[in-house]
Design a protein around this ligand. Structure first.
Ligand code: SF4
Ligand code: SF4
Length: 130
């Protein structure tokens, strides 16, 4: 996928390289426990999914960390993972302090480009199949 930035008159697509380290799924997770249904819910491109039942002591929706779908360092629902997982860390909030190596590289490249063309504005994310 690509992080899309814009400076005066130009648009820059910087490729993002995921190291498959699993840090984001361990430290952050994108899956929410819904106390009303007693299930994990997540928004995917196919709509709102309730995936599995889980016993959690919570009265209001809460993020589950590490993500319950992370098994042996791999996402069990990779094909239908939530949009927020799909786009991570190329959002306005960046890597949320997770320490994503791919994101660190993107920020370095942005700095270099900015020294040549001036401030870049983050526009969004583009996936290979977009
Ligand atoms: S922290 Fe970054 S590099 Fe590691 S799995 Fe998540 S997105 Fe990929
Ligand atoms: S759904 Fe998959 S990609 Fe998303 S946080 Fe869980 S394990 Fe990671």
């Amino acid at each position: 996928m690509y992080a899309i930035y814009r400076a005066e008159g130009i648009e820059v697509a910087i490729p993002f390289e995921c190291r498959m380290c699993g840090k984001c799924c361990e430290k952050l997770s994108q899956c929410v426990y819904d106390p009303l249904s007693g299930k994990i819910i997540a928004e995917t491109e196919f709509g709102l999914f309730d995936y599995i039942e889980l016993s959690v002591d919570a009265k209001s929706p809460v993020l589950i960390k590490p993500c319950p779908f992370l098994k042996d360092g791999k996402c069990e629902i990779h094909e239908i993972r939530p949009k927020s997982c799909r786009d991570f860390p190329l959002t306005e909030r960046g890597d949320c302090g997770v320490g994503c190596e791919g994101y660190r590289e993107i920020k370095e490249r942005v700095k270099k480009i900015e020294s040549a063309v001036g401030k870049l504005e983050f526009i969004g994310v583009e996936h290979d199949s977009d």
